[in-house]
Design a protein around this ligand. Structure first.
Ligand code: FAQ
Length: 330
C-alpha cells in the first residue's frame, strides 16, 4: 500500500538516495523492524509527526470521556452504571499513558494541553457529536471503540517503542469497551421492546457515517499517510482500515437486526468485501475545523475542568516542594 501511495505521487516521500547518512541509517533500522527508543537519534520531522499523532490521540481519549460521561448519572441499571463508570475511567488512563509517551519526545504535558485548549491541536472528530439517548452509549462502544481497536491494533507494532507499548494495554481495554457496547445493543435489540429497537436504529443512523470518518481522509487526500507509512508510524492506510471496519461491522449489524444507513452498501463477491457509499467529506472537514455539533461545548468543558483543577495542581506542587526541601535538610 505504501508503494502504491508513493506511486500515485500524491504525497511524495524522499527516495533513499535523497536521504542524509543519518536518515538512511534510521530508515534502515525501521525497515528491519528495530524499534526507535526516546534516546535514539531521529529525524526532526519523525519526532514532530509522533508528537502530533500521539498528542491528538491522547486528547481524543480525554475529550472522548465527555459524551459517555453525560450518561453515567442516567444509566438504566446499577450494572450498566458500573460498566460505564469503569469504561470512562479507562479512557482517562489511556489519555495519561499517551501523554506520557508523547513526553518522551521532549514536549511537556502543559504544552500539549495548552495546544488542545487553544484549539491548535486536533482530537478525533467523532467526539463532536452528541449522545442523545441511551442507545448512543451502545453505539459508542460498538462502533467507536470498535473502530479505535481496528486502528490501534497495528499501532502496537509501530516503530516508536513507547507508543507501541502503551497501545498494548489500551487495546486490551478497548476490546472490553467494544464488547460492553455490543452487549448493551444485544439486550435492547434482541431482548428489548420495539421502542428500544427503534431507539437503536435511530442511533445507528446518526453514528454510522461519523464512525467511518474516524479513520481520516481518503488516502488520496491524506497529507501525512505516505511518510508515516514509510516510518512505520502507520502500518495501514486510512482507507484500508476503514474497509476493515465496514467488513467486520456489517454482519454484526445484521445479527442485531439493524439496517446500516447506506443505500449503496453491497457485498462485492469478486473482491470479497463490502462496497459502500461516498462519505460526506464536507461534514468531516467542517467538524475538524471546529464547526461540528459539539466542538465548542467539548472544548469549553475541558478548559473549565482544567481551570477547576488548578488548586489540585497547586496542592501537588506545594507538597512536592515541601517534600524536596525536607529531604535536602535531612
Ligand atoms: N478527527 O493525513 P491524515 C478512541 C486530521 S481514540 C480529527 O490522514 P494522520 C478511543 C489529521 O490529524 C480515537 N482529525 O492524518 C475512545 C491531519 O491533521 P493535521 C483517536 C483528523 O495523522 C473511544 C489531517 O486530518 N484515535 O476513539 C481525523 O496520518 C470511546 C489529515 O489526515 C487516534 O488518534 C479525525 N478522525 O491520520 C475514547 C489513533 N482524521 O494534524 C473515548 C491514532 C484525520 O495534519 C471513548 N491516530 N484528522 O493538522 C491515527 O491513527 C491517525 O492520526 C489518524 C489520522 C488515522 C487519525
Amino acid at each position: 500500500m505504501y508503494a502504491q501511495l508513493v506511486e500515485t505521487g500524491v504525497k511524495s516521500v524522499r527516495s533513499t538516495d535523497q536521504l542524509t547518512g543519518d536518515e538512511q541509517a534510521f530508515q534502515q533500522r525501521i525497515d528491519e523492524g528495530i524499534r526507535i527508543e526516546p534516546k535514539d537519534w531521529m529525524p526532526e520531522p519523525y519526532r514532530k509527526t509522533l508528537i502530533r499523532q500521539i498528542s491528538q490521540h491522547a486528547h481524543s481519549e480525554i475529550v472522548g470521556m465527555l459524551p459517555e460521561g453525560n450518561w453515567i448519572t442516567r444509566a438504566p441499571t446499577l450494572k450498566r452504571k458500573a460498566i460505564l463508570l469503569a469504561k470512562v475511567q479507562d479512557e482517562a488512563g489511556h489519555g495519561l499513558y499517551l501523554y506520557s509517551a508523547a513526553e518522551t519526545l521532549g514536549v511537556s504535558r502543559d504544552e500539549l494541553v495548552g495546544d488542545l485548549h487553544s484549539g491548535k491541536a486536533k482530537y478525533s472528530s467523532i467526539f463532536n457529536y452528541p449522545t442523545l439517548t441511551w442507545a448512543d452509549i451502545g453505539m459508542i462502544g460498538w462502533l467507536v471503540d470498535g473502530s479505535a481497536i481496528i486502528n490501534q491494533i497495528p499501532l502496537c507494532r509501530c516503530s516508536y517503542g513507547p507508543y507501541a507499548r502503551a497501545m498494548v494495554r489500551v487495546c486490551k481495554e478497548e476490546s472490553f469497551h467494544q464488547r460492553q457496547g455490543y452487549d448493551l445493543l444485544i439486550q435492547m435489540c434482541l431482548h428489548g421492546t420495539q421502542a428500544q429497537k427503534d431507539m437503536c436504529q435511530e442511533a445507528l443512523n446518526r453514528w454510522w457515517w461519523p464512525a467511518l470518518m474516524m479513520f481520516g481522509p481518503s488516502d488520496a487526500d491524506s497529507p501525512n499517510s505516505a511518510q508515516s507509512m514509510q516510518w512505520r508510524i502507520k502500518l495501514f492506510s486510512n482507507d484500508e482500515l476503514r474497509q476493515k471496519m465496514v467488513d467486520q461491522t456489517v454482519p454484526q449489524a445484521e445479527y442485531l437486526g439493524l439496517k446500516v444507513p447506506d443505500p449503496d452498501l453491497k457485498w462485492n463477491k469478486d473482491q470479497g468485501h463490502y462496497d459502500f457509499g461516498e462519505i460526506d467529506w464536507d461534514e468531516f472537514y467542517a467538524v475538524i475545523k471546529g464547526n461540528g455539533p459539539c466542538n465548542r461545548e467539548r472544548l469549553a468543558a475541558r478548559v473549565n475542568a482544567h481551570k477547576e483543577g488548578q488548586w489540585v495542581r497547586e496542592a501537588f506542587s506545594a507538597y512536592a516542594n515541601k517534600h524536596e526541601s525536607e529531604q535536602a535538610v535531612a
